[in-house]
Write a protein of this length. Structure first.
Ligand code: TEU
Ligand code: CA
Length: 554
């Protein structure tokens, strides 16, 4: 069970309206009580924050907004004292344009070793005035920006799959590889237990940087038919190139060297953020000598339909089995509309990249209900589960943020076509009656909180039967007690097509039965079954629509 903290928005220790490391450290006991194993922190490194810290200017220091290295040490120490592991975010695909390497590259000439650390290229057309190829940035617009040479003339172009403030590194360059091995050791020496690897499928680009005529979404492939070798033909030249795996094999050796005895309690882990399809290619990142886990975004992307959920669960477990890795499950993170809001939208429509004023608003009641059912389904599944800060409170996205306060570069770069990800990044409510609902000592938070966050604050939910927080606590405690994470799943089709039903069994044959009812008719709880947890009220001894129960057979 890994809990994602987005440092800007978890707890503000010094009252400047932005979350920070001392704020996190002070609140860690909350997580120990929640019943998770590890914390993953989104980036806290020195950064000009043009992508909320995913633009790193110094991988070995903390941004003053968040604190100091001493604060990081204190956080790691306190987490360990509480029995929590700490996973930090590593951003190897690109640096910030403020990184000293990129500044040196700008000052140096074309063809210099300084430029050789990034993806510089000559432009096309007369005077090189057109970008080297047609790639689009994930955030919108061209993936190339032209620089001015030191004599003031328009010069080469550099690649940035994301914001222009995030130049892509050249992973063919041994210096780049060396630098990241050092960064791994730097944080391992400080005691971190692992790394979440940002855009893990983007580091290596196809030879010759060929044009690509599909959208540069995060998924490396897409659903249209292609001629010839479908797998090869459909793979975008900027994502999921075979060469990335060699990099992670090197990294794995470094991590393993910190645990020479192979003591499971001291394992340091790597988790890939790789938006890769099909799932077979995603699990390739978790072969025995590579990473330990990879996010499984298929589950997050699944429509709220029984059939779709069964398929994605089966495929995920099968694929993970192929490489002997645990499957992973995630419903929310800092890049997507929170599932409480997402599941309140029409079933089967494409997930919007942010929701704002004037957009179709989610059905809040339906979304909350389905989100609880989805979580209860997820937390029964074998493998490793990720929870995003605030989802345990049932927080929705801020779906009415004024556009002027948006910070995600997506909003501007997409010419206001996509609102972007700010709505899921709003500061967390702790105490309903305090300033910023307990987030910090000012209401002037970096993103404003919606009023509904007051009613969902931690202190409004602790000890309240049926609250979202208590539901999560019960699910997590039961998951731990019954070792569901290492259980065996067997489908039960006896409840019909609209019900996701299965048993999870441990080695001794003990376990639970799970019923997630996505159909219109209530499903009677089988005779002799004891209800361990339910995501909502049972009605006349039956599981109503959009409700998940965990049962024990007596
Ligand atoms: O995410 C990869 C990524 O770009 C997608 O999640 C994308 O943001 C989403 O599909 C929006 O359309 C990682 C980080 O999680 C994200 O926050 C960073 O912006 C990105 O890399 C660049 O470092
Ligand atoms: Ca602060």
């Amino acid at each position: 069970m890994i809990y994602q903290i987005y440092p800007r928005s978890w707890a503000d220790g010094n009252g400047d309206g932005i979350g920070d490391l001392p704020g996190i450290t002070a609140r860690l006991p909350y997580l120990a009580e929640l019943g998770i194993d590890a914390v993953w922190l989104s980036p806290f490194y020195v950064s000009p924050m043009c992508d909320a810290g995913y633009d790193v200017a110094d991988y070995r220091d903390i941004d003053p907004i968040f604190g100091t290295l001493a604060d990081a040490d204190a956080l790691i120490g306190q987490a360990h004292d509480l029995g929590l592991r700490v996973i930090v975010d590593l951003v190897p695909n690109h640096t910030s344009s403020e990184h000293e390497w990129f500044q040196a590259a700008l000052a140096a000439a074309p063809g210099s070793p300084e430029r050789g650390r990034y993806m510089f290229a000559e432009g096309k057309g007369p005077d090189g005035a057109e970008p080297p190829n047609n790639w689009q940035s994930v955030f919108g617009g061209s993936a190339w920006t032209r620089v001015q040479e030191s004599d003031g003339t328009p010069g080469q172009w550099y690649l940035h799959l994301f914001d222009p403030g995030q130049p892509d590194l050249n992973w063919e360059n041994p210096e780049v590889r060396e630098m990241f091995l050092d960064v791994l050791r730097f944080w391992l020496d400080r005691g971190v237990d692992g790394f979440r690897v940002d855009v893990a499928h983007g580091l290596v680009k196809a030879e010759g940087l060929p044009d690509w005529h599909e959208r540069t979404g995060m998924l490396g492939s897409h659903e249209e038919e292609h001629e010839g070798d479908a797998d090869q033909a459909a793979r975008a030249p900027m994502w999921d190139q075979d060469g990335v795996h060699e990099i992670y094999r090197e990294w794995r050796k470094v991590l393993d060297s910190y645990n020479p005895e192979g003591d499971p309690a001291r394992d340091r882990i790597l988790c890939a953020e790789a938006w890769v399809e099909p799932v077979e290619r995603a699990v390739a990142y978790t072969r025995p000598d590579e990473m330990h886990q990879a996010f499984n975004f298929g589950f997050l992307e699944s429509a709220w339909r029984a059939e779709d959920l069964r398929t994605v669960i089966t495929d995920s477990l099968d694929a993970a089995d192929m490489v002997g890795a645990p499957s992973t499950w995630v419903l929310s993170n800092h890049d997507v509309v929170r599932h409480t809001s997402r599941l309140g939208l029409e079933v089967g429509v494409q997930r919007p990249n942010g929701i704002g004023i004037g957009d179709v608003q989610p059905n809040a009641v339906l979304g909350a209900r389905r989100a609880r059912a989805a979580t209860a389904l997820m937390l029964a599944l074998p493998g490793s589960a990720y929870v995003y800060q605030g989802e345990e409170l049932g927080l929705p996205d801020h779906t009415a943020l004024p556009d002027e306060v948006r910070q995600d570069p997506t909003w501007e770069r997409s010419d206001h076509a996509e609102r972007g990800r700010d709505g899921c990044r709003v500061p967390i409510p702790w105490e309903a009656g305090d300033t910023a609902y307990g987030f910090g000592s000012t209401w002037d938070t970096w993103l404003p909180q919606p009023e509904v966050y007051g009613t969902l604050a931690v202190d409004r939910q602790v000890g309240v039967a049926g609250s979202s927080l208590e539901l999560y606590r019960t699910l997590l405690a039961t998951r731990r007690d019954l070792d569901l994470g290492v259980g065996e799943l067997a489908w039960d089709t006896s409840f019909g097509a609209d019900v996701v039903a299965f048993s999870i069994t441990d080695q001794d044959g003990e376990g639970i039965q799970v019923i997630a009812n996505l159909g219109d008719e209530p499903v009677p709880v089988p005779e002799g079954a004891q209800v361990l947890v339910s995501s909502g009220h049972l009605v006349g001894g039956a599981v109503p629509t959009d409700t998940t129960v965990w049962l024990r057979r007596t």
